[in-house]
Design a protein around this ligand. Structure first.
Ligand code: SF4
Ligand code: SF4
Length: 204
């Protein structure tokens, strides 16, 4: 029978999760992911609280030949460091925070496809944010480079995994719809960068 370790609990460190939402990962600078639906809601919440917030496109799909850029924007990003909703060490919109914050300390690490053409399958690798103090405590119990189904039970992180699944489902849907072409908007270069989608051969 699986043993449940200590469920995800914020250990109250200096909150890199909310203080450093804009950062460079593998050469691309990105902020905090918002779905298309969340964008409007988060903008409204910021206005209601008198916060200045900068929201820009984050992940695009497909290719528009006329402009040489993605044809569809699937996700947006908050580009302020720290997050405008961080008050002291607390989130002032905790009950209404974006999906990606609900999924924390899980992060989307990578993606690849198997199969070809319309039948290709998209695989998204989920792992843990190594900056989180709670993650430090589980280092010895799970493989931190990839979340496995057994970890969800073992760690008692069903809610976090469900929130991440909602983001991943949208990502996969957009990838399929837009012919597996994916772009990130790099904040440091102030331009779209197309990502080379890795194709992995299935065994057998
Ligand atoms: S919305 Fe809240 S939980 Fe998410 S980064 Fe901002 S302060 Fe942190
Ligand atoms: S990084 Fe982890 S432990 Fe630190 S404040 Fe954020 S959730 Fe809490």
């Amino acid at each position: 029978m699986a043993t449940t370790l200590q469920k995800f609990t914020c250990m109250g460190c200096d909150a890199p999760c909310c203080r450093e939402i804009v950062r460079e990962v593998e050469g691309i600078t990105l902020g905090l992911l918002l779905t298309r639906r969340e964008r409007m809601r988060i903008e409204r919440l910021a206005t209601m609280r008198g916060h200045s917030i900068d929201i820009r496109p984050m992940i695009g799909f497909g290719y528009d030949e006329d402009i040489g850029e993605p044809e569809f924007i699937g996700f947006y990003q908050i580009t302020n460091n720290p997050c405008p909703f961080l008050a002291g060490s607390k989130c002032e919109i905790h009950g209404q925070r974006p999906l990606i914050c609900r999924a924390y300390p899980l992060v989307m690490r990578d993606f690849y496809i198997t199969g070809e053409g319309r039948r290709a399958n998209v695989h998204v690798v989920i792992s843990f944010d190594l900056r989180c103090k709670w993650v430090e405590g589980i280092r010895k119990s799970v493989k931190l480079t990839r979340l496995r189904d057994s970890d969800i039970v073992k760690l008692g992180i069903k809610r976090e995994a469900e929130a991440m699944k909602s983001v991943v489902d949208l990502f996969v849907k957009y990838m399929r719809r837009y012919r597996y072409r994916v772009w990130y908007f790099d904040l440091s270069k102030d331009k779209w960068v197309e990502i080379e989608v890795m194709e992995v051969r299935e065994r057998g």
